[in-house]
Design a binder for this molecule. Structure first.
Ligand code: SF4
Length: 361
């Protein structure tokens, strides 16, 4: 184990590791400036448990009912070596899938360890490329470098090889009704699938193959209308892949962030926890509410400190350079002048204040 991994394990304490997944990586790249989330995720800390310990339990996430329904749908699509999935890909997407070999990469013998499963995934995919044999790879174990720390990813997806190219197949239980799905759910699924495409391309590079062997088109399998029958669409992820890749490259290095923590800092429960968390810089934005378990704790802190972050990214961009709400209000009511450098923002704030007074009065 290298020093960084050991330090991250020490930071997490005795709690079991919460493995990164595409949802956490997609959320991390949506707020790349937040060192707090970056460190907690890198240490595989249980953010929900930490939020509860801080007195701000998270209030988002899938209901148990939705999770059970999703698992049952996925199991049905993958039954009998993905028979249902293959029929769908042939009938609906007209994909030429002549013969099928199915490999379940969920464990290697009795060993379900990350590193062993990753090695096995590499071996099987390398063999599939050189021999042309092998069509479906269920639960491949992938790996991604997140700001210098290794994260293992265990997609629920299947990697499908057709004509020497791999496609990620993402199975989601939200419905497509009359050919239309909830755009928010499709966008979230697209971001997550983009993470898997990037990780699969990294694997290709590691085995000396071209990353272009992984298609930018993923196959999204959802429920059709109000039934539990599956339907599939090809989704072009070029834009999402570019955005997630760019954000991943912009994350501050975890070893640099860890250096800012005092010796012995830990995310283990206890009276020190609130201070340890508070001392790590965060970038709260209203979007955190739907993507991070610590959102209520961070919102409370942002309100207490009067940071403009609590007002959302759009407002922060408009206020470029002003970072506390007291200053913004003082500029707006004319009791403070920040000089010519802030002339545009000053004009905008004073006009907004005049409008507010007109409406109020
Ligand atoms: S909720 Fe807090 S820790 Fe999570 S991303 Fe937002 S600011 Fe960062």
């Amino acid at each position: 184990m290298n020093t960084l991994s050991a330090r991250l394990d020490e930071l997490r304490g005795a709690a079991p590791a919460c493995r990164h997944n595409a949802r956490t990586i997609a959320a991390l790249t949506a707020n790349p400036g937040c060192a707090r989330r970056a460190l907690l995720d890198a240490a595989a800390a249980d953010k929900a448990a930490i939020a509860r310990e801080l007195g701000f339990p998270p209030r988002f996430g899938q209901s148990q009912f939705a999770i059970t329904r999703g698992n049952a749908f996925e199991a049905m699509v993958k039954e009998n070596g993905c028979a249902e999935l293959l029929a769908l890909l042939r009938d609906k997407l007209h994909l030429p899938i002549p013969e099928v070999a199915y490999h379940d990469l969920n464990s290697v013998g009795d060993n379900a360890g990350n590193a062993v499963r990753y090695k096995r995934t590499r071996q099987l995919l390398a063999h599939a490329i050189s021999s042309g044999e092998g069509t479906l790879f269920d639960h491949p174990m992938l790996r991604l470098d997140i700001a210098g720390a290794t994260a293992y990813l265990e997609p629920d997806v299947v990697a499908l090889q057709i004509g020497g190219r791999f496609h990620v197949v993402e199975i989601k239980s939200f419905p497509v009704v009359d050919g239309q799905a909830d755009p928010m759910q499709v966008a979230a699924a697209a971001r997550q699938s983009a993470v898997y495409v990037i990780a699969l391309r990294e694997l290709m590079t590691e085995i000396g193959e071209s990353p272009d062997l992984v298609s930018h088109n993923v196959i999204l399998v959802c429920t059709r209308d109000f039934t539990n029958r599956p339907t599939a669409e090809l989704v072009d992820l070029r834009k999402q892949i570019a955005v997630v890749s760019r954000q991943l490259s912009r994350l501050t290095s975890i070893s640099e962030l860890i250096e800012t923590l005092p010796e012995g800092a830990s995310f283990a429960p206890g009276e020190h926890l609130a201070k340890t968390i508070a001392d790590i810089p965060a970038r709260y934005a209203p979007e955190c509410m739907s993507s991070c378990e610590l959102a209520f704790a961070c919102r409370d802190a942002a309100r207490t400190t009067g940071s403009v972050d609590a007002l959302g990214r759009g407002v922060c961009d408009d206020l470029g350079g002003l970072d506390d709400i007291d200053t913004v209000l003082a500029v707006a009511d004319g009791s403070r002048d920040l000089g010519p450098e802030f002339a545009d923002i000053t004009r905008m704030l004073r006009q907004a204040d005049r409008l507010r007074l007109e409406i109020a009065g």
